[in-house]
Ligand binder design. Structure first.
Ligand SMILES: Nc1ncnc2c1ncn2[C@@H]1O[C@H](COP(=O)(O)OP(=O)(O)OP(=O)(O)O)[C@@H](O)[C@H]1O
Length: 174
């Protein structure tokens, strides 16, 4: 079973999957680390000061990595790969913005991500690529990282029903 954990930056993917790694025997792969270690990026986007992932390179790396067969793949890009289930972490845009500013991101990056979260961008991509029956939304706004990890464990174990479209932050944009 390969499960993607995706979501807008700041929804808490890294934090929750680290808890998952500590508390269970699940294999957790942080794609950001793979991208850095294997230099799987095509160019550096100067304006945003971020690297552009080489999606084909990452897909090939996942195909070859023995421990990636049965694993939790964490990244805001994780839903672009071959996986059995997709957990989409969500967070109210205002809370998301606060989390990102606290983490030291710029105002521009924080508000851009808050808007993208309000527009369900990653959820829509996940549903388009994997279908409603494979997507599980987890609203992390009022959940501690341990509780998010518990929800993720339930997704992996098959103890949760697929859910997409239950979280609605569109009012934030009005
Ligand atoms: N459940 C939570 N409740 C409150 N704060 C959280 C929660 N999860 C993470 N945070 C905080 O929010 C910030 C973003 O978390 P984290 O880095 O895990 O997000 P991410 O989704 O992995 O982001 P990125 O895609 O940029 O790697 C961190 O400062 C973290 O401490």
């Amino acid at each position: 079973m390969r499960v993607a954990v995706t979501g807008t930056p700041g929804t808490g993917k890294t934090t929750a999957t680290e808890r998952l790694r500590e508390e269970t025997d699940l294999e957790v792969i942080h794609l950001n680390e793979v991208l850095e270690e294997e230099e799987l990026y095509t160019e550096v986007d100067a304006d945003r000061e971020s690297k552009i992932a080489d999606l084909d390179g990452l897909a090939a790396w996942l195909d070859d990595a023995e421990d990636a067969e049965d694993a939790v793949i964490e990244s805001h890009l994780a839903h672009h790969f071959e996986v059995d289930r997709v957990a989409v972490l969500r967070c109210h845009p205002e809370t998301l913005e606060e989390r990102l500013l606290e983490r030291g991101e710029t105002e521009a990056k924080a508000s851009e991500n808050a808007e993208s979260e309000a527009l369900d961008v990653i959820l829509a991509e996940a549903v388009e690529e994997h279908g409603l029956e494979s997507v599980y939304e987890i609203d992390t706004t009022d959940l501690a990282p341990e509780a998010v990890a518990t929800e993720l464990e339930a997704v992996v174990a098959g103890d949760r029903e697929p859910s997409a479209g239950e979280v609605d932050f569109v009012g934030y944009l009005e």
